[in-house]
Design a protein around this ligand. Structure first.
Ligand SMILES: Nc1ncnc2c1ncn2[C@@H]1O[C@H](COP(=O)(O)OP(=O)(O)OP(=O)(O)O)[C@@H](O)[C@H]1O
Ligand SMILES: [Zn+2]
Length: 597
């Protein structure tokens, strides 16, 4: 077994069993816990000042490459559904990532490690009688879906531990060759220091394992992240993130390993840690092991991802936060206030909301100040709550002038300033992963609009075909295609021809019936047929008695058949009433307009 390095930097790394997650370590290390001064990295100042856990103070965020941030995010251990604690951590960092990109023009290259092998995964897999790999794949996919539902942008790449075993082994070899790690047997007492931790863990019989120079086993927890991050970014890592519980020992140990591996003084320039989400009134974080959790899926059955984001925006990302029904209600109320302002401002722009003259100069100034405040708040350790407060203040002032009056005094309207305010507010929230405003098309709405037009066309076509099939000439009429001599044909012969036509057109009627049945299976019901006595008599009446023969019968049928007509009118008899009203109160051309609908 391989025991790993002590928790503090510049300590010896041991080889052996156990890990930083409560398992025994291996070696006393000299100079442990000596915290080195943080050095400002070389590079370009991004304009953001952020709290850095490494220096334990606010520092200017200086990036190695101008306009680009390399970012390693500790990902989930995939053995169960993700809960709101996870959601809180990843949504808060997603907001920071979006602020960096959208407000400061920084391109973020993010790597997220997925822990797809560890003790909890092995235990759960054996309980479920499936392989640890199968279990991990199920919950990795589940995690990705939850993140997508919360509108968390995916990292540039996800990297699994099990896909990087050769890299991890080679990383450990380098540490050993530098003399900073040692092998142990399986017993705790072998550790040379209480804080030493495992780099490689020997496998128990039957456990999933990989061959290594130290026997069959699997990586310790901390070495995964050091290796994966280094595999992508080398020793240049600007930002490293995770929940506050990862600061020690996980991140401390990652740092120790990487600084030995890269032989550098400062690996990972900025460490950001998100505060824990607690269930209100509890000292404990929401956690799988404590069984005090709400899964993301259950949460999203009742609340929206926008509501959760607003809940996250209202506090500092690094602060602990209480989750409760009341806090979600607050978030919901804020969203409603924003939506209602956008609705009113839109109505004002369209002239549907009449107000007294607006003090445009005040609003322009407020808007400009808000933009400055928002940018300053974000630049100050991503202070989202101050930014949201500035937006709410702008809304307050916008609302104050949108007081409806009953009489339009014809005063000049200030559409442009309201348009600018709406545009800024919508842009603000959209940039942070939320959706506001009338212009926002709900997912799938465009497709359903197309689909309903297609259905209407189909119904119209069917109606035409059906009508043609039914419109047989009277026995006395000329049969289509016949010459003038046809009129003189004996009645019997005409009857025969009619029967013949009926036989020929029967398949058309059958096809219409079967289409009607097929559409009903999809929940689309063609309610009014021209064979419906009400509809038929109406058509007949209009044609014969009101001399409206210039309106083709088909069109009447279409009107009666149009699903929207029956839907709106609520039934066939109401459709008839609707038609009669059209006839009574509208001019024929208006009626035609309605009919073509
Ligand atoms: N209640 C919480 N609040 C905020 N962040 C959390 C919470 N629980 C877990 N996290 C964070 O989620 C990320 C993924 O954690 P991981 O999959 O290791 O879960 P975990 O800490 O083992 O969860 P649990 O304690 O529920 O078993 C880590 O960055 C962790 O700090
Ligand atoms: Zn990690």
């Amino acid at each position: 077994m391989l025991r790993g390095a002590a928790a503090a930097r510049r300590c010896g790394l041991g080889l052996g069993p156990g890990s930083g997650r409560g398992q025994p370590g291996a070696r006393r290390c000299s100079g442990a816990a000596r915290r080195r001064q943080w050095a400002r990295p070389a590079g370009r100042d991004s304009g953001i000042v952020a709290y850095n856990s490494r220096s334990q103070s606010k520092e200017p965020l200086v990036l190695g490459t101008e306009g680009v941030a390399t970012w390693y995010s500790c990902g989930p251990t995939v053995y169960d559904h993700a809960h709101l604690g996870h959601a809180c951590s990843y949504v808060r960092f997603d907001i920071i990532r979006r602020i960096m990109t959208r407000f400061f023009g920084i391109e973020v290259i993010m790597v997220m490690g997925i822990t797809d092998i560890d003790d909890k995964i092995i235990k759960r897999a054996s309980e479920m009688n499936i392989s640890p790999v199968a279990l991990a794949r199920i919950y990795e996919e589940d995690f990705k879906q939850d993140m997508a539902a919360l509108k968390v942008l995916p990292p540039t790449v996800y990297m699994r531990v099990t896909d990087n075993i050769p890299q991890i082994i080679s990383f450990i070899k380098t540490i050993i060759s530098s003399g900073q790690a040692y092998a142990t047997s399986q017993v705790d007492s072998d550790k040379r220091h209480g804080k030493d931790f495992a780099l490689w863990k020997a496998a128990k019989p039957q456990e999933l394992s990989w061959n290594s120079p130290w026997g069959k086993g699997r990586p310790g927890w901390h070495i995964e992240c050091s290796t994966i991050s280094s595999a992508v970014f080398g020793k240049q890592l600007d930002i490293h993130t995770g929940g506050i519980d990862l600061a020690f020992p996980h991140h401390e140990n990652e740092i120790a390993q990487c600084e030995v591996y890269h032989q550098c003084e400062q690996w990972g320039n900025y460490f950001f840690h998100s505060g824990h989400l607690h269930v209100k009134g509890s000292q404990e974080k929401m956690s799988k092991s404590l069984k005090n959790y709400i899964t993301i899926k259950d949460f999203l059955k009742k609340c929206s991802s926008d509501q959760f984001r607003m809940f996250c925006l209202r506090g500092r990302y690094s602060s602990a936060v209480d989750f409760s029904d009341e806090s979600m209600e607050d978030a919901k109320n804020l969203l409603q206030a924003i939506s209602s302002f956008i609705r009113d401002a839109n109505a004002y722009i369209k002239g549907q909301l009449v107000c007294d003259p607006v003090r445009e100069d005040i609003l322009w100034e407020r808007l400009a100040n808000t933009k400055v405040t928002v940018k300053a708040a974000f630049a100050d350790d991503f202070d989202t709550s101050r930014a949201v407060a500035a937006i709410m203040d702008l809304i307050h002032h916008g609302n104050r002038q949108l007081k409806a009056v009953t009489k339009d005094a014809g005063s000049p309207r200030s559409s442009v300033v309201y348009g600018s305010i709406i545009s800024y507010i919508e842009g603000f929230f959209n940039a942070l992963g939320m959706s506001f405003g009338e212009r926002q098309v709900p997912v799938g709405a465009d497709k359903s609009a197309v689909l309903s037009s297609v259905i209407e066309e189909l119904v119209r076509f069917r109606t035409k075909v059906r009508h043609y099939a039914l419109a047989l000439p009277e026995a006395a009429d000329a049969v289509p295609g016949e010459g003038a001599a046809g009129a003189k044909e004996p009645k019997q012969e005409q009857k025969e021809k009619r029967k013949q036509l009926m036989r020929e057109r029967k398949p058309l009627l059958e096809a219409c019936d079967s289409l009607r049945g097929d559409l009903a299976a999809f929940g689309i019901h063609i309610k009014v047929e021209e064979s419906n006595p009400l509809c038929e008599s109406l058509s007949h009446f209009l044609r014969q008695h009101l001399f409206l023969s210039f309106i083709p019968l088909q069109q009447l049928v279409v009107v009666c058949s149009a699903p929207c007509v029956t839907a709106v009118a609520g039934g066939e008899s109401q459709a008839l009433v609707w038609l009669c009203c059209c006839l009574l109160f509208c001019s024929p051309s208006a009626w035609c307009l309605h009919a073509s609908h």
